[in-house]
Ligand binder design. Structure first.
Ligand code: FAD
Ligand code: NAP
Length: 337
């Protein structure tokens, strides 16, 4: 294991802020995780795990050890008449894994095409899009527990998955995910009801949906609507969609009949955070190096290589204006350091 010093984090996260880390190492095996955590503990220095850096904002230098996850490999562990079980290294690229499954004809993750990041980060916030979540295809997660020094396997229920959250997001940095075991379907159920998927399939004259057609439709919709992090710094949705009570929903919808909301339970509603932000007038607004993306208000974009704190302060202004206008406190989805 090689530890470098004074490393720039700019190319290692999708906001591209010009911050540095005191120490940096790549980890490509469980042995390397053990050694690097031991090193950090002996030096009494903090550590953090980095995948592709597409859901993280550095607001200051990281005074500790950054561990870049590079455990690779896709291994078929079991196959039945209806299911395939794949163990995938945490450092594998998520979208490549999705395309691998689509090409094999194994369903479950096709609606999650083109989400940036690594496989190991997928369970962290239980990535989701177009009505599908990673948890729907996760059988178990293997992780190094930094508290006990043991490699453990957590089954789906142990991971406490929720809406863009999990055990791992709540207890950040305790578990270092080394691999994920997925269960894919050989007779897939096509999920085309959400967003514009059906419309795109129709435009393309795909009367019989297929995994490939759904994946391509999602790729097309996402490419048209979301900024490419290689061109403009961003981390996707900056905030989570809030859940509010039915009482507050009824007050707000009477005042704002166009508010985008979806019932979650008999007593709660999910509100599209992008709609709230747009209603506060933020869509397309730029301040200094930072802006609210003109095609999707939920995305904060970073135009130049300004400091991460500028992005954080911009997000704080958005939170305050939504709170003032709607009495709803937005929660950041992006992990802040
Ligand atoms: P990083 O940003 O590197 O890390 C995120 C967090 O996970 C950090 O706390 C980090 O410490 C931790 N972590 C990473 N790897 C490990 C590991 N192996 N073990 C333990 N902890 C780890 N998200 C969605 O849910 N749905 C979307 O549709 C979506 N669309 C996006 C679109 C764009 C354009 C962008 C830029 C982002 C989008 N995201 C979306 C957010 C992001 O892609 C996901 O959260 C992704 O899973 C992050 O992966 P990463 O490897 O880049 O994680
Ligand atoms: P969209 O289709 O314009 O929808 C806006 C919001 O309404 C979404 O946040 C979505 O919630 C919700 N929604 C739409 N249809 C719904 C339905 N039938 N039932 C319940 N909720 C519904 O959203 P978008 O910005 O183009 O994104 C499309 C998908 O990609 C969404 O699932 C979104 O979460 C995902 N995405 C996530 C990120 C990220 O960084 N987290 C970035 C880009 C896109 P949900 O978000 O709960 O699905």
């Amino acid at each position: 294991m090689e530890i470098s010093e004074n490393i720039s984090l700019q190319a290692l996260h999708s906001f591209g802020c010009n911050e540095k880390a005191n120490y940096f190492a790549k980890i490509d095996s469980i042995g390397a995780i053990e050694k690097s955590i031991q090193w950090a503990k002996e030096k009494n220095t903090p550590y953090l795990i980095l995948g592709s850096g597409s859901n993280i904002l550095f607001t200051k230098p990281f005074e500790g050890l950054v561990l870049k996850m590079e455990i690779m490999g896709i291994k078929k562990l079991k196959e039945t008449a209806s299911e395939v079980f794949l163990e995938v290294g945490a450092g594998e690229n998520w979208h490549h894994f999705v395309i691998y499954c689509v090409q094999k004809g194994w369903g479950g993750v096709e609606n999650l095409s083109l989400i940036p990041g690594t496989v190991g980060a997928a369970p962290i916030q239980n990535i989701g899009a177009y009505g599908v979540e990673a948890k729907d295809s996760i059988e178990s997660v293997s992780a190094y527990d930094t508290q006990t020094g043991q490699v453990i396997t957590l089954n789906n229920a142990d991971c406490k998955f929720g809406y863009r959250t999990s055990l791992f997001k709540k207890d950040t940095n305790r578990y270092i995910i080394s691999s994920v075991l997925f269960v894919l379907q050989k007779q897939p159920i096509f999920r085309t009801e959400y967003g514009a998927i059906k419309e795109v399939l129709h435009q393309k004259n795909n009367k019989q949906p297929s995994l490939e057609a759904i994946s391509n439709a999602v790729i097309q919709i996402r490419s048209e609507k979301l900024p490419d992090p290689k061109k403009i710094g961003n981390a996707g949705s900056f905030f989570k969609n809030p859940t509010i009570t039915k009482d507050l929903f009824e007050v707000l919808v009477a005042k704002y009949p166009k508010m985008i909301a979806y019932p979650i339970t008999d007593d709660t509603y999910k509100i599209a955070a992008g709609w709230l932000i747009e209603a506060c007038g933020w869509k397309g607004i730029q301040k200094g190096n930072v802006g609210c993306y003109e095609k999707q208000s939920l995305v904060i974009v970073h135009y130049n290589n300004g400091p991460g704190m500028e992005i954080y302060n911009f997000s704080e202004e958005i939170i305050q204006s939504v709170l003032t206008q709607f009495d709803i406190l937005l929660e950041r989805e992006v992990v802040i350091y």
